[in-house]
Design a protein around this ligand. Structure first.
Ligand code: NAD
Length: 284
């Protein structure tokens, strides 16, 4: 099935796009990366090179593999370069109107057979698909952070995603060494529907003075056997992304249960977005 997919385009060279591009190239796909910020693409290539080098030092692979992987990767100069991709995976900022605009442009640029996938954490795939004339070829491909490490890809079938497109997406995820779970198209899908309200509740607990950030995290880590506490996880995800996801849940389900905590809004408006800005609930 996956034979039809040779060239994968990745749009957005932030933390997720970088990981997706790296895993795509490591899995033998010719991979093209682009971002509105040219400096992000260079940073992303530097990051991938460093990550691969660390794997060499840990004897995970040989120099030849790094060379092959880096040779499979190229930088796009503009969106027009995506015209010969078989699959494009979008990993740009979690903002509905910016994503809709990008998918509308991709629909005009990409060849008719090209599949378009979004790594959105929460925005309904059927709504993204509506900005194209190929809704049957649009699906969600929700990778987890950090992509080279995390095993899961949540596949989201939009209302009009065809069986064939969804099977192709699944076969690509499997070729990337991931486990593919299937979700229907509800705001937040599976992972963020469950995870984000927990993170939001931890922020309420901090805001109300239940405990310090450190103690909330330690309690959840040791008390519920999670590898890291919810506040440090929020910092890793990005507080802007967390807020955007909570807003999608809040607006999507229209219930107070999903109202983002005002402390989360304050951090975001103060530009404290977590690890990527070196400060969130913790300093980095
Ligand atoms: N951070 C996570 O843990 C996580 C996990 C799963 C999914 N996601 C989703 O992945 C997507 C990206 O998240 P991230 O954490 O990598 O964000 P990020 O802020 O690290 O990177 C986003 C990148 O998109 C670029 N960008 C913005 N608008 C663009 C446009 N119109 N065209 C091209 N590039 C554009 C930005 O310059 C930036 O480099 C979001 O939809 C997010 O919800 C994030």
């Amino acid at each position: 099935m996956v034979e039809g997919i040779k060239k994968i385009g990745v749009i957005g060279a932030g933390q997720m796009g970088t990981g997706i591009a790296q895993v795509s190239a490591m899995s033998g796909f010719e991979t093209l990366l682009w971002d509105v910020e040219a400096s992000s693409i260079d940073k992303s290539f530097g990051f991938m090179q460093k990550h691969l080098q660390r794997g060499l030092e840990k004897n995970k692979w040989e120099n030849e593999f790094i060379e092959k992987t880096m040779n499979s990767l190229s930088k796009a100069d503009s969106l027009n370069d995506f015209n010969d991709c078989d699959l494009v995976i979008e990993a740009i900022v979690e903002n509905e109107s910016i994503k809709f605009e990008l998918f509308s442009s991709l629909d005009k640029i990409c060849k008719p057979s090209c599949l378009l996938a979004s790594n959105t954490s929460s925005i309904p795939i059927s709504k993204i698909a509506e900005s194209t004339n190929r809704a049957d070829k649009v699906a969600g491909m929700h990778f987890m952070n950090p992509v080279p490490v995390m095993k899961l890809v949540e596949g989201i079938r939009g209302k009009q995603t065809s069986e064939k497109s969804f099977e192709l997406i699944e076969s690509v995820a499997k070729k990337m060494g991931k486990t593919f779970v299937k979700s229907n198209d509800f705001p937040g899908f599976i992972v963020n529907r469950v995870l984000m309200p927990m993170i939001n509740e931890a922020i309420y607990a901090l805001d109300e003075g239940v405990a310090t950030a450190e103690d909330i995290d330690e309690a959840m880590k040791l008390g519920t056997n999670q590898p890291m506490g919810p506040l440090v996880l929020a910092d890793f995800i990005g507080l802007d992304t967390c807020l955007a996801i909570m807003n999608v849940l809040y607006e999507g389900f229209k219930t107070e249960k999903y109202k983002p905590c005002s402390l989360l809004e304050t951090y975001v408006s103060d530009g404290k977005l977590g690890k990527k800005t070196k400060e969130g609930f913790y300093k980095y």
